[in-house]
Design a protein around this ligand. Structure first.
Ligand code: FMN
Length: 151
């Protein structure tokens, strides 16, 4: 079984915490069945220089928008652009198997809007979403969902 490669960005640490929980969960699953995939993750930082990714991967992006409401305005991404630049770099988008978005439902129409925009720009599926650091159930469901995209 191939491993699950993830590239993500995290400004305030929630997405990073989710990836840590996902990595731990995958490790526990592997203890029972060594054939199950482990998580290999890479965090993109503001200062990260985009480079080519050859291994198929998933991108995890939280949502930060410049004000507005997500209907007639408020669809401009802030802070997470380095991940978008990463996906735009060379053929990286072609290696992307899908996007997982995170955010906060208090933002209504802007909930996970950046992930939706990525899915549209890069023509890849929006696989799942979770709020803030995600629940235990999110971790389990998203791990299983990512597995179905590995061939
Ligand atoms: C300034 C600011 C703007 C935000 N805008 C949105 C938004 O438009 N839509 C949304 O779903 N969540 C929004 N959020 C919530 C974050 O996406 C959420 O807290 C997420 O878990 C942050 O992930 P991170 O800690 O990995 O950076 C916003 C949070 C902040 C602080």
């Amino acid at each position: 079984m191939k491993d699950i490669h993830i590239i993500y960005i995290s400004i305030s640490g929630n997405t990073r915490a989710f990836i840590q929980k996902l990595t731990k969960y995958a490790h526990e699953q592997q203890q029972n069945d060594a054939k199950l995939p482990k998580i290999i993750s890479q965090e993109v930082h503001l200062q990260t220089t985009p480079h080519e990714i050859t291994e198929p991967f998933f991108a995890f992006v939280p949502t930060y928008l410049e004000g507005g409401n997500g209907i007639d305005n408020g669809d401009v991404e802030i802070l997470t652009e380095p991940l978008r630049e990463f996906l735009r770099f060379n053929q990286n988008a072609q290696a992307c198997l899908g996007i997982v978005g995170s955010g906060n439902r208090n933002f209504n129409h802007q909930y996970c809007l950046t992930a939706k925009q990525y899915a549209q720009e890069f023509q890849v599926p929006l696989i799942a979403d979770f709020e803030l650091r995600g629940t235990t159930q999110d971790v389990e469901q998203i791990y299983q969902k990512l597995r179905t995209y590995l061939n």
